[in-house]
Each structure stands twice: as structure tokens, then as C-alpha cells.
Ligand binder design. Structure first.
Ligand SMILES: *Cc1c(COP(=O)(O)O)cnc(C)c1O
Length: 359
């Protein structure tokens, strides 16, 4: 029996896609082999890879002068690859700090370039995003990095920062494909797959062509955007299963109305859950209203001693992986594209019932 899985990542995947994968697992497209057992350089896999890229480009309306790379090493690998490709050791790079993932990106960038923290939301305990006007940007910085959605804090930018001629770099790991974005506003977008795309092991990088080909000496070849772009992300063996799975998810998104339809669904899901939390007088979400994430909804109860009971009872009701991140406690419902509205309704019904019995 399937449960409603609110995990932050690896996260729930579309059931339709899982069933298709299961159906063709041992005999992919009449080959007598699984997709995991064929050469990445064979005709069939190369066609699959190109189709996946074309579908992603269509979904996000990626302009022609951007490359799409299918890489490994996760978003964390990109924390290093970005300064290595886009900045020199003496360059200044601007980072906006809105929480846990921003901090990790900053920590890694410091090893490779001079980091200026352009804004830091510590004063609100990372429950806000900075206003455009409060960003202390460095003229001539190599790039500006920010985290559009903080997966742990549940804080999401309601706007895209304007950075003039300085390329904007964004960690879209937990919000990619949740709604349309104007890719042309970015120099580089990256996202680990395991939140909103597919299984772990794949990271997607969408990068403007003029930013490619400047990797500094010493950059590992597998993270050199120029080398990878030249070889169609197949300089070495790519994560073939993840690429295949991602391609099926892109088709699922296209069948279901693309990103405009996803935005409508995701907005409705998030609004319904936040409204229930706010109206309860019991559950509490700490994030300022304008910056509430559509994808990750943290919440607390007045008596933390009841948290274990909440999780155990939720599990019995088929609602799993609701514990908050180990660094913050409480609860967190991650409600990515693949979480149906029925999952939200089941969670809200459970929360009401729990409150009536324990408040
Ligand atoms: C999950 C996550 C990461 C880390 O991804 P890995 O693939 O584990 O390296 C980085 N940034 C954000 C915003 C995330 O949600």
C-alpha cells in the first residue's frame, strides 16, 4: 500500500511514473535489457537523453543560448563547481544567506573565492527573505548566489533578485519545476534531482553559454562546464537511470499541463495547508507570510513532548516522514509536485483530529 510521503528528499515520486518504470524495468523498449544495463553511448540511450533535455527545455522555456547539463555530485558538488567555473581565486562572489543551504553554499565557496555576504537573515532567525533594496551587492562581482527555496527553513523568495550585469546563480534544488521561471534572468540554475525531479544521483545545471569555458586550472573535469557541455554531459558515464527517470517525470509534467498547471496545483496545496495551520490556534508556522514556501512547510505544536505521539499516530494514518529537520525539530511537510492534493487533505484531517484529542 502506498502512503503519503512528506519526506524532504529523497522524496515522493509520481506513482504513474513509478508504475511505468516497474513495467519496463526488465525489458526496456523491447531490448531484453533494463535501461540500467545498456550503453550510455548506444543509439537508444542517446535518443532518450536528448528527448529528456528537449522536454525539460520545453517545460522551462530554456532559451537557446543556455546549455543543460546532467551531472553527478549533487547540489553540494555544485557548491564547489560554481566558484571553480565562474570565478577566479581573487574574485569577489556575492552570497545571500537565507538559511541552512545558503550557509553550506557559502562555506564551500569560501574555499575557492572571496565571499561577500550580501544579506543575512539571522536577525529573523531565517524566517524572512531580504528585500531587493537591502542587498549589499559588490559592483563587478563574479556572480550573485542565492537559494530561491530553503528546504529546511521553508523560506521561499517571492521575487527574483535583480543583479544588473552580474550573473545570478540559484540553487533551485527544492523548487525547480514547481512553477514557471524566467530562465533569462539567471546566469546559472542548478538543482539536485531528489526533491522534484527523480531519484538521487543526478544534478541538473542550466547555464548561459557565455559563462562556460572559463573553468580555472585544477577544476575536476567532471565539473568543468565547458568539457561537459562539449561532450553532451557524457564525458564519462552519466547517471543513466536517473536521467531516464527524470525524462519520464518531464513527460508526466507535460501530460499534466506543464509548469503553469503545476503552479496552480502547488499554490492551492500550500494555501490550504497554511490556512489550516493559521486557523488552528495550535499549530504554528514560523515563516513570514510573503516568504512561505510552496514546497516545504515546517510547523510546530505548543508541547514538544507530544511530537513523538504525533509522528507515531500520523504514521498509522499513512502519513509518513513528517519530522522536522534534525537541526530545527518540530514537523515539516514537504509537498513537492508529486504530492497530490489528497495528501494535503489527509494531513489536514489528521492534524485536526490530533488537536481535538491532545490540545
Ligand atoms: C537537498 C538540497 C541540497 C543538497 O543536495 P545534495 O544533492 O544532497 O548535494 C542543496 N540545496 C538545497 C536547496 C537542497 O534542498
Amino acid at each position: 500500500m502506498r502512503v503519503f510521503n512528506f519526506a524532504a528528499g529523497p522524496a515522493t515520486l509520481p506513482l504513474e511514473v513509478l508504475e511505468q518504470v516497474a513495467a519496463e524495468l526488465t525489458d526496456w523498449r523491447g531490448s531484453g535489457m533494463s535501461v540500467m544495463e545498456v550503453s550510455h553511448r548506444g543509439k537508444a540511450f542517446v535518443a532518450l537523453a536528448q528527448e529528456a533535455e528537449a522536454d525539460l527545455r520545453e517545460l522551462l522555456a530554456v532559451p537557446a543560448h543556455y546549455k543543460v547539463l546532467f551531472l553527478q555530485g549533487g547540489a553540494t558538488g555544485q557548491f564547489a563547481a560554481i566558484p571553480l567555473n565562474l570565478a577566479g581565486p581573487d574574485s569577489t562572489v556575492d552570497y545571500v544567506n537565507t538559511g541552512a543551504w545558503s550557509k553550506k553554499a557559502i562555506g564551500e565557496a569560501k574555499r575557492y573565492a572571496k565571499v561577500n555576504v550580501a544579506a543575512d537573515e539571522a536577525a529573523s532567525n531565517y524566517s524572512t527573505v531580504p528585500a531587493q533594496g537591502s542587498l549589499k551587492l559588490t559592483p563587478g562581482a563574479a556572480y550573485v548566489h542565492y537559494t530561491p527555496n530553503e528546504t529546511i527553513g521553508g523560506v521561499e523568495f517571492p521575487y527574483v533578485p535583480a543583479t544588473g550585469d552580474v550573473p545570478l546563480v540559484a540553487d533551485f534544488s527544492s523548487t525547480i519545476l514547481s512553477r514557471p521561471v524566467d530562465v533569462a534572468k539567471f546566469g546559472l540554475i542548478y538543482a539536485g534531482a531528489q526533491k522534484n525531479i527523480g531519484p538521487a544521483g543526478l544534478v541538473i545545471v542550466i547555464v548561459r553559454e557565455d559563462l562556460i569555458g572559463h573553468a580555472r586550472a585544477g577544476t575536476p573535469l567532471v565539473w568543468d562546464y565547458g568539457a561537459m557541455a562539449k561532450d553532451g554531459s557524457m564525458l564519462n558515464t552519466p547517471p543513466t537511470f536517473g536521467w531516464y527517470f527524470a525524462g519520464l517525470v518531464f513527460k508526466w509534467l507535460r501530460r499534466n499541463g506543464g509548469l503553469a498547471a503545476m503552479a496552480d496545483r502547488n499554490r492551492a496545496k500550500a494555501q490550504r495547508l497554511y490556512a489550516a495551520i493559521d486557523a488552528s490556534g495550535y499549530y504554528r508556522n514560523p515563516v513570514t507570510k510573503e516568504a512561505r514556501s510552496w514546497m516545504n512547510v515546517p510547523f510546530t505544536i505548543p508541547n514538544p513532548d507530544l511530537e513523538k505521539t504525533f509522528l507515531a499516530e500520523a504514521g498509522k494514518a499513512g502519513l509518513v516522514n513528517l519530522e522536522g529537520h534534525r537541526s530545527v525539530g518540530g514537523f515539516r511537510a514537504s509537498i513537492y509536485n508529486a504530492m497530490p492534493i489528497e495528501g494535503i487533505d489527509a494531513l489536514i484531517a489528521f492534524m485536526k483530529d490530533f488537536q481535538s484529542r491532545h490540545a
